[in-house]
Ligand binder design. Structure first.
Ligand SMILES: C[S@@+](CC[C@H](N)C(=O)[O-])C[C@H]1O[C@@H](n2cnc3c(N)ncnc32)[C@H](O)[C@@H]1O
Length: 266
């Protein structure tokens, strides 16, 4: 396992151990009553179209499995979720059982993922904040492709690469008068290091194990997909943040999120 993956596993497992009671409660409530609300309107529309054909969906970097389980509400026959954090996978498995949903979960590193039980899949899904944990996207897309059927669809919704240059509000470099100033190097290859925990899961601030993430450019994303055998069918860009990092810049003409649909052609 790569050093950064080892560090990230420790940091994500710690964050999940420290999750608030509300994080679990809200997950269960949304899954029971409004599963589709876990997705952006654009992703909802895409899953609606793809799920209408049934088939099997796999989510990579699935966290506690809430999106994997919610995706079943669009008509897929079964779903599988993969994540490095073992405690998240245990929790996701328990949740699928208690809600009697046809989903399985497996703790694994996407960098060493091999087609396993349940593969090949008709649809692969990566949502916001899944790809930044990898230094190089090439092996990630190749491993995902190996788990999909020929002709399968890969859906990615993530932060727009333009966000590589923006500054978060709690960053010392943030400038209230110029909140959209391009500060960081778009081509940054060194890791982003953080010991600030994962605020969206926990109530209290804490000094966490180190999260190590990476920026990716449009070209590394598109070239990685093409080299793994994917044909890009469509890309949509929009100005609404889905990461909770740049919502102060919503609807100001800055691309914050993209939604990409690709087809696997071996
Ligand atoms: C922000 S979540 C993305 C999913 C979704 N948007 C969410 O918030 O639930 C990122 C996930 O990636 C997982 N992850 C990080 N590195 C990984 C790796 N090498 N293999 C598999 N999963 C990994 C983390 O454990 C975490 O649950």
């Amino acid at each position: 396992m790569a050093d950064f993956t080892h560090n990230n596993r420790k940091a994500w497992e710690q964050a999940f151990d420290k999750r608030s009671v509300d994080f679990d409660r809200e997950t269960i409530e949304l899954l029971k009553h409004e599963p589709a609300s876990l997705f952006s309107p654009a992703l909802r529309e895409m899953l609606h179209r793809l799920g209408a054909k049934g088939g099997a969906l796999a989510q990579f970097c699935c966290n506690n499995g809430r999106e994997t389980l919610a995706a079943l509400s669009f008509g897929f026959d079964r779903a599988a979720g993969y994540d490095i954090a073992r405690n998240m996978i245990e929790s996701a498995t328990r949740m699928a059982e208690s809600l009697t949903l046809p989903a399985t979960f497996e703790a694994c590193d996407l960098l060493t993922l091999k087609p396993g039980h349940g593969a090949p899949f008709d649809v692969g899904l990566l949502t916001v904040g899944a790809l930044c944990w990898f230094k190089d996207l090439n092996p990630v897309f190749k491993n995902i492709a190996a788990c999909l059927k020929d002709g399968a669809t890969l859906v990615i919704e993530d932060m727009h690469p333009a966000c590589n240059m923006l500054v978060e509000t709690d960053d010392p470099l943030y400038n209230l008068e110029h909140p959209a100033k391009m500060v960081h190097d778009y081509f940054k290859t060194s890791p982003w290091l953080s010991n600030d925990g994962m605020g969206y899961m926990t109530d209290d601030a804490y000094v966490s194990h180190t999260f190590e993430s990476y920026s990716h450019t449009w070209s590394s994303l598109i070239n990685g997909l093409v080299d793994a055998g994917f044909v890009i069918k469509r890309i949509e860009e929009n100005t609404v943040d889905q990461s909770n990092l740049f919502s102060h810049l919503d609807n100001q003409g800055i691309p914050l999120t993209y939604l990409l649909e690709a087809r696997l052609r071996r």
